[in-house]
Design a protein around this ligand. Structure first.
Ligand code: GLY
Length: 389
């Protein structure tokens, strides 16, 4: 489809995916954009995240998903620079790199395998002895066996990205004020897609109907709760996966790198905080923190660095990651509804994948440009054959 000047786009979901898409569409000349958001923009998974841009640290092969992650990471320096020039917000892209540490024989085997395949694939990875780890991060536990360093796996302050993207909203005739603005922006919960033949005409919300020429569903963990007569979104079966997080005060700047073990990670932030994450829990739409979650994250932190026992624990929170049945993102046109698109199921990589997702989807919507990733991650793979025939 090629967008004509008069078409308006409704994006359902104001997380980092929906907001990044709004920006990419605006950069391609689309000025009628409305974001429908049930809470406040960027207050769910995008707020809860730890901002790691780490395609290599956890990858066990160079598949399409890995390449998609890598390409999105590679967009980040320009994305961060552009957001700064567009909004004055520094999103704190930190390129110190990521360390992945082994503490047990099993960890060591996992890391050896990762090192071997990535080295053979000519990826940037360094193997460090325990002594070398302690030279660059002296507050890591002396029990460390060895580590891998990924110089191109970075971190960013995800909440600053949201701040920047929200700043761009008023300029695009869409915003998030309640209940309805004269420019068409809306705050509410999407209930049902309004379908007529092979087209979507709008979305029914708890506060009324929003009409649009093109609709994009970027509702994260809530995607499959939106109803329609063909079960287009419920068939994708996105479910929420809770991630609990901790934040410690750190006035001593104990760490420079993002540091993983196979049991979790810590992320040192500029504002004297260290984040520790994250649980992965299948508990429905419950975003509370629990005693068990906190204890398991504390154990992760103590194992990486016993010094955590002396830091003050400032905050705990949790977010709901959107997970599809096959664990992969769902991005692209909904089959046979020609003006309906989806961008969701980024699971543990929503921050990392936002720029690339926004680029390929905006190119598709505005210029009908194809991308191999729109094929690979197409929602077609969840379609039940009966519904649209
Ligand atoms: N991105 C890391 C996590 O979801 O825990």
């Amino acid at each position: 489809m090629n967008l004509s000047k008069n078409q308006d786009i409704l994006i359902v979901g104001g997380g980092i995916i929906g907001l990044s898409l709004a920006r990419s569409l605006r950069n391609r000349g689309v000025d009628k954009i409305t974001i429908l958001e049930q809470n406040e923009c960027g207050r769910e998974a995008s707020h809860a995240a730890a901002g790691m841009l780490a395609p290599q640290a956890e990858a066990d092969c160079a598949d399409d998903f890995f390449r998609f992650c890598q390409e999105s990471r590679d967009l980040y320096p320009q994305f961060a620079e552009d957001l700064f020039s567009e909004t004055g917000v520094d999103v704190e892209l930190d390129r110190t790199g990521t360390l992945y540490l082994a503490f047990t024989e099993k960890d060591a085997e996992e890391l050896e395998n990762r090192y071997t395949w990535q080295k053979n694939a000519n990826l940037s990875v360094e193997k460090l002895t325990a002594k070398e780890v302690l030279e660059i991060e002296p507050n890591v536990s002396p029990d460390v066996l060895f580590g891998l360093r990924f110089p191109l796996d970075w971190q960013v302050e995800n909440r600053k990205i949201i701040e920047a993207l929200i700043k761009l909203l008023p300029k695009q005739k869409g915003s998030v004020q309640k209940p309805v603005n004269s420019d068409g922006s809306f705050s509410g919960k999407a209930r049902r897609l309004l379908l007529e033949g092979d087209r979507i005409t709008g979305v029914e919300t708890d506060l009324g109907v929003l009409s649009a020429s093109i609709v994009v569903i970027a509702s994260g963990a809530w995607t499959s709760l939106i109803e329609d007569k063909f079960n287009l979104l419920s068939d994708i079966k996105i479910k929420p996966m809770r991630g609990q997080m901790l934040a410690f005060n750190d006035n001593y700047k104990l760490f420079r790198h993002v540091i993983y073990s196979p049991r979790g990670y810590l992320v040192p932030r500029k504002n004297n905080r260290i984040l520790v994450g994250a649980t992965v829990e299948d508990v429905g739409f419950d975003n509370h923190t629990t005693g068990l979650g906190t204890v398991s994250l504390l154990n992760t932190a103590f194992e990486i660095a016993p010094e955590f026992k002396n830091l003050s624990l400032k905050k705990t929170w949790a977010g709901l990651r959107p997970l599809a049945a096959d664990g992969l993102p769902v991005i692209g046109a909904i089959p046979e509804i020609e003006n309906l698109f989806v961008a969701t199921a980024h699971y543990r990589n929503g921050i990392l994948l936002a720029p690339k997702t926004a680029e390929i989807l905006a190119d598709k919507i505005v210029g009908n440009a194809d991308s191999k990733y729109l094929e690979i991650f197409s929602p077609r793979r969840f379609r039940s054959e009966a519904i649209l025939s």
